[in-house]
Design a protein around this ligand. Structure first.
Ligand SMILES: O=C(O)c1ccccc1NCC(=O)[C@H](O)[C@H](O)COP(=O)(O)O
Length: 227
């Protein structure tokens, strides 16, 4: 629970933060860590094909350097269960991917965790519904509304993000693939702070293709050339 102190630093940096979600295997975690992701996501939702399982060895997560923050992804899980996983795996952040209330976000924020609240976006998404969450979490995460709570592998129409007029910075996710790097960099969204990638970079559920992730990171991180 040590990470919230670093948050102000992160918010002042302009570079897009990179999160790889749905990690599970030790060697694959190591390969992705070599690329210096800002966040690694671990799914604590048993119905997901990326569920870490009941027996993910805590040592694997405990060895992750503090420069990469560990995000536990939960769906409608009671706070007590979330805090138990936070302690066991020394998670820095929690991503709430169900119908969690503003009060629950606030409670986890008060426990010194970085809180990302995910919202499922489609063309009819009404950003006014976010008002009660303002100030209760550090980031929103805009994901595509789909059949599953997350990991649907489908993009939403990013134009809709121009309708967002809140103050909470946000991450984008949902079907992001290698070919989208340039388009993402061209987006003019001042509160866009991070990109979350997942199923489009997988060889099989929870197994990421580190070469493909490396290529995406390179493109996102490389400075723009001016003529
Ligand atoms: O990935 C999952 O299986 C998942 C299941 C239930 C809740 C959340 C889940 N993933 C959370 C993420 O942050 C994903 O990266 C996000 O949904 C985007 O995934 P994708 O569309 O596959 O890029």
């Amino acid at each position: 629970m040590q990470a919230a102190a670093n948050l102000d630093n992160r918010l002042t940096q302009d570079t897009l933060r990179l999160k790889v979600c749905g990690m599970r295997q030790a060697e694959n975690i190591e390969a992705i860590l070599a690329l210096k992701p800002d966040y690694l996501g671990f799914i604590f939702y048993p119905k997901s094909s990326r569920f870490v399982g009941e027996e993910l060895p805590a040592e694997i997560l405990n060895q992750i350097p503090t420069s990469t923050q560990k995000v536990g992804v939960f769906v409608n899980e009671p706070v007590a269960n979330i805090l138990e996983k936070v302690r066991k795996y020394k998670l820095d952040a929690v991503q709430l991917h169900g119908e969690e209330s503003p009060a629950m976000c606030q409670e986890l924020k008060a426990a010194s965790l970085i809180v990302l609240k995910a919202f499922s976006v489609d063309d009819a998404f009404d950003f006014n519904t976010l008002k009660p969450y303002e100030g209760t979490c550090h980031y929103y995460l805009f994901d595509t509304k789909g059949k599953e709570y997350g990991g649907n592998g489908v993009r939403f129409n990013w134009e809709i993000l121009k309708n967002y007029s809140g103050e909470t910075p946000f991450f984008m996710s949902g079907g992001i693939d290698l070919e989208h790097a340039a388009q993402i960099k061209a987006l003019e969204l001042p509160l866009l702070k991070g990109i979350d990638i997942n199923s489009r970079f997988e060889l099989s559920p929870a197994l990421k293709d580190s070469n493909k992730v490396a290529s995406f990171f390179r493109q996102i991180r490389e400075p723009e050339t001016t003529t």
